[in-house]
Design a binder for this molecule. Structure first.
Ligand code: NAD
Length: 498
């Protein structure tokens, strides 16, 4: 690659300085729309992670001592900068990871929403006061930061997911080492640069680009007090095992295999709109993507026809083109994974109704395109019904009753989101009550979280933590109980009762 081919370069950000790696290693980035070289980013190793962790450790005492409302002021400024730069950031993100502009604008908007929402917490961070069992003694509890937090993120929401983690971690008084996915370092660096511009002091937030090597080094670094991870279940469980061995907290947001139930009385026009969006939006590369549709026999074939018709007509191409409705997959590797799963599905007996192959839109032959794909005749035991595909592929299954539909939905290891389409209030409330996922939608697809509600999943999607909502504060703080005895004498809890 000649220097002139490099259009955009990401750098690490350590102790307030933009820098390359200790050994000069870089990785080449390609734009998914054409496969052309887009730029390069540091391919960091353990030495870079160590430098970043030391910077975060050194910055912590001062940051922790900065009053939370003052810390939060920086994030109000950051949110304003995000609003101003929204279009520029969205375009960079589309070039880097491929999703269409409407969605990358949404990604930046989510970062804006999250940043404003959590900045507000700087003036709350509520603890509580409570009576003591002793006279002339008072008791209260407060949240306190953990120390250096390691943040590891995927590429499918290159700004939204880092914002869900970085902003609350910092408002709560931690310092951060951020290791983004190797597919999206440019968006990560743009976000960090914006926070620097908003006034974050040196060392409070550090960026180390690269793949699994710096990820591992971060997880294993003895001075990292907590890991917040979003990515695949396979990697997340390895990260959890390492954190358990060190006895440090880990918050995990992992894979999904989300399902929508469609009952006899559903409005099929609405279902088609909603599930086209949930299955093929972000080219199916959302943790909440609708990957399974569980329909009753009365609606199944008509729904399959409607969805196939929409999938056939979706305009697939470069996400920067305003006419495009679905962009490419993020990489050739991701396209190969989707191809593999469709082959597995065919071998298992699923019927490819539409799609099922690569696409090469004119002028974009080097890009990583795959046709929106609907599989019918999918049965619960099939791998395509159980494993996360993370591409534009949706499988249709059948269930005769609501109870049978619940059973199908629950027949996977994941528990992120589920939805139901019905006009029957009883069925809707039963679904809200009985679906064992972290998120349930009624008359909506499986995607579309809002930042002020808890986000996360059950079973192998997570480990009980939640992002978003006020619940995110629990991930990034621990409680301190304070007792103040102003009686002037020894008062022993549980013992001195007179
Ligand atoms: P991934 O698991 O391959 O990588 C995630 C991150 O972990 C990347 O930064 C990667 O470099 C890093 N990593 C890889 N190996 C590591 C190791 N051994 N130790 C430490 N870090 C390591 O996932 P991906 O392909 O980037 O993202 C897609 C996955 O993310 C899907 O499974 C999707 O469902 C999941 N996801 C989940 C949520 C959620 O909130 N539940 C949101 C978005 C994406």
């Amino acid at each position: 690659m000649s220097a002139s081919e490099v259009t955009t370069t990401a750098r690490n950000y350590i102790a307030g300085r933009w820098t390359g790696t200790a050994d000069g290693a870089v990785a080449v980035l390609r734009t998914p729309a054409t496969g052309a070289v887009l730029g390069e980013a540091p391919a960091s190793g353990a030495a870079d992670v160590d430098a970043a962790v030391r910077a975060a450790r050194d910055a912590w005492p001062r940051w922790r001592a900065t009053p939370a409302p003052r810390r939060a002021e920086i994030f109000y400024r950051a949110a304003e900068l995000l609003v101003r730069r929204k279009e520029e950031l969205a375009r960079l993100m589309t070039r880097e990871m491929g999703k269409v502009l409407a969605e990358t604008r949404g990604d930046v908007q989510e970062a804006i929403d999250m940043t404003y929402f959590v900045a507000g917490e700087g003036r709350r961070l509520h603890g509580y006061t409570t009576p003591s069992e002793m006279p002339r003694k008072t008791a209260y509890c407060v949240r306190q930061p953990l120390g250096v937090v390691g943040i590891i993120t995927p590429w499918n929401f290159p700004m939204a997911i880092p914002s869900w983690k970085i902003v609350p971690a910092l408002v709560c008084g931690n310092t951060v080492v951020f290791k983004p996915a190797p597919e999206s370092p440019l968006s990560a660096a743009a976000f960090v640069s914006l926070l620097e511009e908003a006034g974050l002091p040196a060392g409070v937030l550090n960026l180390v680009c690269g793949g699994d090597e710096p990820g591992r080094a971060l997880v294993e670094h003895p001075e990292v007090a907590m890991i917040s991870f979003t990515g695949s279940t396979e990697v997340g469980l390895q990260v959890a095992a390492r954190c358990a061995a060190r006895g440090v907290r880990v918050s995990l947001e992992m894979g999904g295999k989300n399902a929508a139930i469609v009952l006899d009385d559903a409005d099929l026009a609405l279902v088609t709109d909603a599930l086209t969006w949930s299955a093929f939006g972000t080219t199916g590369q959302r943790c909440t993507a609708c990957s399974r549709i569980v329909a009753t026999p009365a609606v199944r074939s008509e729904l399959v026809e409607r969805l196939a018709d929409r999938a056939r007509r979706l305009r697939v191409g470069d996400g920067l083109d305003a006419a495009t409705e679905m962009g490419p997959l993020v990489s050739e590797a991701q396209r190969a994974r989707v191809e593999h799963y469709v082959r597995v599905g065919r071998d298992e007996g699923a019927r490819v109704v539409v799609g099922g192959g690569r696409l090469a839109p004119p002028g974009l032959e080097g890009g990583f395109y795959y046709a929106p794909t609907v599989l019918d005749d999918v049965r619960p035991g099939m791998r395509v019904a159980r494993e996360e595909i993370f591409g534009p592929v949706v499988g249709v299954l059948e269930a005769r009753t609501l109870d049978e539909a619940f059973e199908v939905v629950h027949g996977v290891r994941y528990g992120l989101s589920a939805s139901i389409f019905t006009r029957d209030v009883n069925a809707a409330h039963r679904a809200a009550e009985e679906l064992r996922t972290g998120i349930v939608y009624v008359n909506h697809g499986t995607t579309g979280a809002e930042v002020h509600l808890p986000f996360g999943g059950t079973r192998d999607t997570g480990n009980g933590h939640r992002e978003g909502g006020l619940q995110v504060l629990d991930a990034f703080t621990e409680w301190k109980s304070v007792y103040i005895d102003y009686s002037g004498r020894l008062q022993r809890a549980q013992i001195d009762r007179d």
